[in-house]
Design a protein around this ligand. Structure first.
Ligand SMILES: [Zn+2]
Length: 240
């Protein structure tokens, strides 16, 4: 059930990923092919299977469909199942489904357009703070948002544009969902992942020392890992 829920939500996340950075509204116009603008039929709209059935190409103009569509749908489904298996029928699961959806939209809009839309981060911050009253507690959530958002703001000021406004707001959202002390782990993991990626780009000469890297996807990945496995990560740390 959670797998199918994930497929349907993932399909909706794809619409958000495409439309939000372009300033389009979510419900109108009907979904259409980005290349030929032809409205999509019911078959095209079936998550995952639509892509397989059309063999990855638009049925009307044969332009390839971005692999991101089935990828996001499958990823959402797998993560939803994972969360439900772990937290059962709890508010934690509900918070997890919402947090996962937010992170997926943010990561993929950042990868494709370099934008983390306010349309996502502002409501997400409110959702994180409200849900915390039933999960990690409002105080931890509020402090988490304040501290992680604040730390990224300082990084942005020091690096003079090395970190964007979207990353700062995303930091606050993650803080609200993960809380204290999880934000410390998020900070360490995301810096580590982003650092390795930057190093790989530098050594392969795909980027110069001055080019900005998209930090959103690493932040999202680290945040999800910490939200999901915080206790295991901390006990692993204490063990060694
Ligand atoms: Zn087309």
């Amino acid at each position: 059930m959670f797998f199918f829920l994930g497929l349907i939500i993932g399909s909706f996340l794809n619409v958000m990923i495409y439309r939000l950075p372009r300033g389009e509204t979510l419900l109108r116009p009907r979904s259409h092919c980005p290349a030929c603008e032809h409205p999509l039929s019911i078959i095209d709209l079936i998550p995952l299977l639509g892509y397989l059935f059309r063999r990855g190409r638009c049925a009307y103009c044969s332009e390839p469909i971005s692999l991101r569509y089935p990828l996001v749908e499958l990823l959402t489904a797998i993560l939803f199942v994972n969360i439900h298996c772990y937290f059962g029928w709890t508010v934690h699961t509900l918070a997890g489904l919402i947090f996962t959806s937010i992170l997926l939209v943010v990561a993929f809009t950042d990868i494709e357009t370099g934008i983390i839309p306010d349309f996502i981060t502002y409501p997400a911050l409110v959702a994180g703070l409200v849900l915390s009253c039933f999960t990690i507690g409002f105080r931890d959530s509020f402090m988490g948002a304040l501290i992680l958002g604040g730390v990224f703001l300082i990084v942005a000021l020091i690096s003079r544009g090395g970190m964007g406004g979207g990353d700062i707001k995303l930091g606050a959202v993650i803080g609200a969902f993960v809380g204290i002390p999880g934000i410390l782990l998020v900070f360490v993991f995301s810096s580590l992942l982003g650092g390795i990626w930057a190093l790989a780009l530098l050594t392969s000469r795909k980027a110069g020392r001055k080019s900005a890297i998209k930090f959103g996807p690493f932040l999202a990945l680290a945040a999800w890992m910490v939200w999901m496995y915080q206790e295991e990560l901390i006990s692993l740390y204490l063990l060694y």
